[in-house]
Design a binder for this molecule. Structure first.
Ligand SMILES: *Cc1c(COP(=O)(O)O)cnc(C)c1O
Length: 405
């Protein structure tokens, strides 16, 4: 029998207590909506944290996964498969050439990118190994990627951390310049910080970072795990800023919900790798790649991307209107396309709004404490934005009627 509280109790008893979860059990979905076990419907403006880019139950994706599962789910990387060859070719083309490696998550993609940067840098000089990242960044939970993550709270308790990582404030080019030297192997950045609160780059910042990397013969790594896959209305966020990295990572939306990660390197960096230098048992298996092929075909399309941009512009305007309406409570509205953040005055208010919205049937989350984050499926419509905004308005009003907490 399906019983929500029984399932929650059973999971809580047996699952490592590392997540603070909302108290609902989700059962199925369709488009931008999901339903819980009790049949309650929710508008999903989180999309599994920027993963379900084509929404839920998208028939071409579901069919491709089912068809592929009947042929082969997995064979190992000791053999070739057509889905992997197709997915690698598509990604290489979308990235302006270069070579692709598939893993199974964002952290693994970044781990591979860091290894690639070190491997390449060591062909120049054995001491060239420093990786510089930004404060407030998020790059994953493996030891190297949590070390790359410029937030102490993720480091605590896991020491000793891998060596060779340094941090600079995001958007501070002077700080980066002061920290770089001949032994810098790479600078690794999210073009827009996602978990860090949807923080966007200052005008010219990414171009200046690129110039410093060129000056010191260091690689530029863009972590596009959250911002890539059409999220900003361009395939990669970096396209908006006219800056090309040497290594880029993807994961989250890449296979529409099937676990996958990828890093793509230029031919110059790829030349540092030889058979046996890196690997993965599951990475790039035919099931994940069959899913990625469907997602890439849908998203790498000008009409699809301009729709994302248009819906995002409409959404952001609505959030800006809120800021005008509640100037004392809303500090800032940031982002572009369908990665938007609304910074609230207080953490407690942001958390209370997210909880209240869930009760009202809308899924969003807060990040960096006080930022309401909107990263819905990329198929989100203007009507769905309006539905969300209407509920958001009610929730903000309710909470301030109660004295603003
Ligand atoms: C989610 C995320 C990661 C980590 O991805 P996992 O699949 O959870 O390992 C890394 N970088 C960025 C920018 C992310 O948003």
């Amino acid at each position: 029998m399906k019983n929500e509280s029984e399932i929650i109790a059973r999971d809580t008893e047996n699952y490592l207590p590392v997540f603070s979860r909302y108290p609902i059990v989700l059962d199925h979905g369709d488009g931008s909506y999901v339903w819980d076990l009790n049949g309650r419907k929710y508008l999903d403006a989180l999309g599994g944290i920027a993963v379900n880019v084509l929404g839920h139950n998208y028939a071409p994706l579901v069919n491709a996964i089912a068809d592929q599962a009947r042929r082969l789910i997995h064979v190992s990387n000791l053999y070739y498969t057509e889905p992997q060859a197709d997915a690698a070719a598509k990604l290489s083309e979308l990235t302006g050439g270069g070579k692709v490696f598939f893993g199974n998550s964002g952290a693994e993609a970044n781990e591979g990118a860091i290894k690639a940067a070190r491997k390449y840098a060591h062909t120049i000089r054995s001491e060239k190994s420093q990786i510089i990242t930004a404060l407030g960044s998020f790059h994953g939970r493996t030891l190297a990627t949590l070390t790359a993550t410029g937030q102490e709270k993720f480091h605590k308790g896991f020491e000793p951390l891998p060596q060779g990582f340094d941090y600079v404030p995001y958007n501070d080019i002077a700080a980066l310049e002061a920290r770089m030297n001949e032994n810098t192997a790479a600078v690794m950045l999210e073009p827009i910080q996602g978990e860090g609160g949807v923080r966007t780059p200052a005008d010219g910042y990414l171009q200046q970072v690129r110039a410093l990397c060129d000056q010191y013969d260091a690689l530029l790594i863009f972590d596009e795990i959250q911002t890539g896959m059409g999220r900003t209305g361009t395939f990669y966020a970096y396209e908006m800023y006219g800056v090309t990295p040497d290594i880029v990572t993807l994961a989250k939306g890449l296979a529409g919900g099937v676990p996958i990660g990828a890093f793509i390197v230029t031919e110059k960096v790829a030349a540092a790798f030889h058979a046996g230098d890196h690997g993965s048992t599951f990475g790039g298996n035919p099931l994940a790649c069959a899913a990625a092929n469907v997602v890439l075909d849908v998203i790498a399309d000008d009409a699809f991307l301009s729709r994302v941009k248009a819906v995002g512009t409409h959404f952001k305007q609505k959030l800006e209107d809120f800021r005008t309406k509640y100037p004392a409570y809303i500090v800032d509205v940031r982002g572009t396309g369908l990665i938007l953040g609304m910074e609230m005055q207080k953490n407690e208010v942001a958390a209370a709004i997210a909880r209240r919205m869930l009760e009202q049937g809308v899924i969003i989350n807060c990040t960096a404490g006080n930022v309401l984050r909107f990263i819905p499926p990329l198929i989100f419509t203007k009507n769905e934005v309006d539905e969300l905004v209407c509920v958001l308005d009610d929730c903000v009003l309710d909470i301030y009627d109660q004295g603003g907490l």
